[in-house]
Design a protein around this ligand. Structure first.
Ligand SMILES: Nc1ncnc2c1ncn2[C@@H]1O[C@H](COP(=O)(O)OP(=O)(O)OP(=O)(O)O)[C@@H](O)[C@H]1O
Ligand code: SF4
Ligand SMILES: [Mg+2]
Length: 324
């Protein structure tokens, strides 16, 4: 049986809101509010939900870029929030992220040799010609010419820059790579090529991905499992095919209904659900979706729904779903 590479238990991240720089918090933004899930090695988890629902915050906490408020994360069986500096340094190599916009994530004044080589220099003894050779190998792996090592980011197109960002993320042979909107700032043709590249790399290197995208066609193309978030909560989770063909939660149904076909590319469909996402400072009582849910009844504003098992590892949190 494949082993769990990641176990997330009741993870919370609240951001303080202060009236002055040194003052006590007057309120909290509940960006991630009790999220639990597991991932197996080699799988792709597609993380979806409207803007502001906590996707980036969730992965930032998983990557230790943000401190958690509470909860536990086990990576490869190790307690990520409770380990010494040495272990953390070792683990960090295995957790990498590719950001949305390769233009901002690559320092324009540095050569590609130094951008892609930086994590190698930090974590290994490699230098000089050896380092250049390693960077050249990485460029080749992402489909760029080796002599790109002596070029600057502006000499590449948007799609090529995203390949450089991927090469950098893969420099230390990570196990888990987070892709936060990896194709949304590049042209459609390059998008398709980058997705193919990510698929190939996953296969050849045995990578595990968390993929965040507003574009459901990207998610359906790549993901083995889907996690749907709404206002800091995970509302549905399960095998991609099952979630796409039999979405159980009214929020997921609304998300998917907003596009004519899942093959339609480049549509920011999620923005078209009626009404806005309420504030994460004072989220609605009971089920957080009740203020927008077409199926809401009295109980929905009073009681928070528990995750219901639907069979085959498919779960959803709604009072009106029948348990299997
Ligand atoms: N550093 C911060 N301080 C205060 N609030 C924050 C901070 N970072 C994020 N938030 C808030 O946390 C909530 C979740 O934000 P997050 O960026 O995680 O959402 P997202 O799902 O990634 O959205 P998008 O799809 O737009 O990228 C939002 O209400 C956001 O305003
Ligand atoms: S619990 Fe109620 S408000 Fe929430 S999704 Fe289900 S029906 Fe809608
Ligand atoms: Mg985000």
């Amino acid at each position: 049986m494949p082993k769990n590479i990641l176990e997330v238990k009741d993870l919370k991240k609240y951001f303080p809101i202060r009236s002055g720089f040194f003052s006590k918090p007057v309120a909290w933004v509940k960006a991630v509010d009790g999220v639990s899930f597991e991932m197996q090695q080699g799988e792709v988890l597609g993380l979806v939900g409207e803007s502001g629902c906590g996707k980036t915050t969730l992965v930032n906490v998983l990557l230790k870029l943000e401190e958690p408020t509470s909860g536990k994360v086990f990576f490869d069986g190790l307690d990520l929030f409770n380990m010494d500096k040495k272990d953390l340094r070792r683990i960090r190599k295995h957790l990498q992220i590719v950001f949305q916009d390769p233009f901002w994530s690559l320092n324009p004044r540095l050569l590609i040799r130094d951008i892609v080589g930086e994590p190698i220099k930090v974590h290994t003894e490699l230098g000089g010609e050896e380092l250049v050779k390693r960077v050249g190998n990485l460029l080749e792996m992402v489909g760029l010419p080796r002599d790109g090592v002596y070029m600057y980011p502006h000499e590449f197109s948007g799609g090529e820059r995203q390949r450089i960002a991927i090469a950098r993320a893969l420099a230390l042979s990570p196990k888990l790579v987070v892709l936060d909107e990896p194709t949304s700032s590049i042209d459609i043709l390059s998008q398709a090529q980058i997705l193919e590249l990510l698929k190939e790399l996953k296969k050849s290197l045995g990578l595990t991905y968390i993929l965040i995208s507003h574009d459901l066609s990207v998610v359906s193309h790549m993901a083995d499992r889907i996690a749907v978030m709404y206002l800091g909560k995970m509302v549905e989770y399960g095998p991609a095919e099952q979630v796409f063909s039999q979405a159980a939660h009214p929020y997921t149904q609304a998300l998917f209904a907003a596009i004519p076909t899942l093959d339609t590319e480049g549509i920011d469909s999620i923005a078209t659900i009626e009404g806005n996402v309420p504030s994460a400072i004072n989220p609605p009582s009971g089920c957080r979706f009740h203020t927008r849910c077409p199926m809401a009844k009295d109980i929905c504003s009073q009681k928070e729904p528990a995750m219901v098992r639907l069979g085959g590892g498919h779960t959803a949190a709604c009072h009106f779903i029948n348990q299997k």
